[in-house]
Design a binder for this molecule. Structure first.
Ligand code: PSU
Ligand code: MN
Length: 308
């Protein structure tokens, strides 16, 4: 397949795609706005290694100097994780960051779109954006949801955090026609915890089933993504009682300080790390590692199953 001329691919990613080998896209907002430096950069490198160990090629996606990059060098990862002028770039922000030749870290939504442009169908992240608490007034819904409704990429995540309204997020995904699959679980996970108040709408217990779902969806012409909700490993999970208290405190502070829009998620994540004494960061890193292992296995299964 021909690669979009505005994208810059690393040699590793370019040859993997040319040979139809397994490739896993990774997002960059989680690096720049989701975790503190230098743990963020260490996490990003480690996750790339996990994907390689799983037999796939990692493609961390970001915009540098206005150029959408599919795959980053070690220096580029460092820049992204440490430079203060890296914008959080969702779909609506892509034209500006490209036109002004700026740096941008891509969210789930914009990473999905760039991955699909490059021909990558499997994407690993930590948590999805969704419908925010209080959205009936604020109308604050992440563009991650609308993107899942239209772009053909399977997204491996650890479910949805209760900084969001999990029930409304699941409702919106249903409306958008997005399959939401619990991996090895019938519970819908809530990022820091293996469960939530909600069941997973669908369940799969092995990568082959997920890969077959991807083929079935797109062969039927059903455009859009699939959410693979992979619960955090038991040893690393936080109790819902513990985390819900911290989230409530952080949400109240967010309201008091008048933080709105795209700044809400980074603020809440940072405050939860502080309020938990660093515990939530360890859980966050553990779940991303776990997602990278599954994402690699899924990309390998899909590459094996897919005549492209
Ligand atoms: N959840 C996390 N870490 C993150 C994000 C969400 O645990 O870094 C980021 C992702 O990039 C996600 C974005 O796509 O936040 C959603 O932001 P918004 O609600 O502004 O679309
Ligand atoms: Mn928003």
């Amino acid at each position: 397949m021909t690669i979009h001329p505005m994208l810059a691919l690393t040699d590793e990613v370019r040859s993997a795609l040319a040979e139809a080998r397994a490739v896993v896209a990774l997002e960059s907002t989680i690096i720049s706005h989701g975790m503190p430096y230098p743990r963020n950069v260490a996490m990003a490198r480690e996750v790339e290694d996990i994907v390689r160990e799983g037999g796939a090629v990692p493609a961390t996606i970001a915009v540098l100097d206005g150029i959408p990059r599919i795959g980053l060098s070690a220096d580029e990862l460092e820049l992204l994780g440490s430079a203060p002028d890296v914008a959080k770039v969702s779909i609506r922000d892509l034209p500006h960051v490209v036109a002004t030749r700026a740096h941008g870290a891509t969210t789930v939504a914009s990473t999905m779109r760039l991955a699909a442009l490059a021909g990558i169908r499997v994407f690993v992240t930590g948590g999805l954006g969704g419908v925010h608490q209080g959205a009936t007034d604020s109308m604050d819904e992440s563009a991650d949801l609308t993107e899942l409704g239209r772009t053909d990429v399977a997204v491996v995540c650890a479910g949805v955090k209760s900084i969001l309204d999990i029930g409304l997020t699941l409702e919106r995904l249903e409306t958008l026609g997005v399959p939401v699959v619990g991996y090895g679980t019938s519970d819908f996970p809530s990022f820091y915890s293996r469960t939530s108040d909600f069941s997973a709408p669908l369940r799969a217990d092995d990568p082959a089933t997920l890969a077959a779902m991807m083929r079935a969806k797109w062969d039927l012409g059903l455009e859009g993504g699939i959410v693979v909700a992979n619960p955090v490993p038991e040893a690393e999970e936080m109790s819902r009682a513990d985390i819900d208290g911290l989230i409530a405190t952080a949400l109240a502070e967010c309201g008091q300080r008048g933080i709105t829009g795209k700044d809400i998620t980074p603020f809440l994540l940072g405050r939860i790390v502080e309020l938990s004494g660093g515990r939530s960061l360890e859980t966050n890193i553990a779940l991303v590692r776990n997602n990278a292992r599954l994402g690699a296995a899924l990309a390998v299964a899909y590459a094996g199953a897919a005549p492209r």
